[in-house]
Design a protein around this ligand. Structure first.
Ligand SMILES: O=P(O)(O)OC[C@H]1O[C@H](OP(=O)(O)OP(=O)(O)O)[C@H](O)[C@@H]1O
Ligand SMILES: Nc1nc2[nH]cnc2c(=O)[nH]1
Ligand SMILES: [Mg+2]
Length: 177
């Protein structure tokens, strides 16, 4: 897309309010856990993860995996590449994946399959955005920030061709003809 503009879709304040709420719910659910391992998928999840973990009143450790499937396009390449694995072993641990957006589901299907095979004590999924309109893999997040059907979003960690990750709000990309 050569010319486009970005319309505000979810404001900075709405995001902050939702992240606080999710933080309370997750804190409550894991209150008896010795250590919660929060796993972020680089790069899209970094901003959501860094805000969410500060709303968790729990002993937390953080680890990252780098996966990429979109390249610079708006459609998934369908090839989910694991570029960097976790640094720590998750066997027997309570693990929460924190992800920016669930769209086709191909990324999370691959990642959850890999993590499940390492025998964590529990594995749950928190997504800020659940985009339902082009789902291909059956993934049911345990914690969801916002749900919508369609539209290419950017901001709050999410890029279009590596740009716009630093927008403080979530915007929708609109083509300008
Ligand atoms: O459900 P899916 O259709 O698989 O799409 C979701 C994934 O796509 C984006 O990552 P991307 O591959 O663009 O890499 P990034 O996290 O570095 O932006 C986003 O951050 C999710 O990880
Ligand atoms: N920027 C962006 N990346 C995505 N990756 C998967 N879905 C999306 C989306 O709606 N926007
Ligand atoms: Mg990603």
């Amino acid at each position: 897309m050569n010319n486009y503009e970005i319309e505000v879709f979810i404001s900075k304040d709405e995001i902050a309010e939702k992240v606080k709420k999710l933080g309370k719910i997750i804190t409550d659910e894991y209150k008896n856990t010795k250590e919660l391992v929060v796993i972020g998928l680089l790069r899209g999840s970094v901003i959501f993860l860094s805000d969410l973990v500060r709303e968790l009143d729990l002993p937390v450790s953080i680890d990252f995996m780098t996966v990429s499937s979109y390249g610079n396009e708006m459609e998934s390449t369908r090839e989910v590449k694991i570029i960097k694995d976790l640094d720590e072993n998750i066997m027997g641990k309570d693990v929460l994946i924190v992800e920016d957006i669930l769209d086709s589901g191909l990324t999370l299907k691959k990642v959850m399959g890999i993590l499940e095979s390492r025998s964590p004590n529990s594995l749950k999924l928190s997504v800020l955005l659940n985009k339902t309109g082009r789902r291909e893999a059956d993934i049911s997040p345990d914690y969801i920030g916002f749900e919508f059907e369609d539209g290419f979003v950017v901001g709050y960690g999410i890029d279009y061709a590596q740009k716009h990750r630093n927008l403080p709000y979530i915007g929708i990309v609109k083509e300008v003809k």
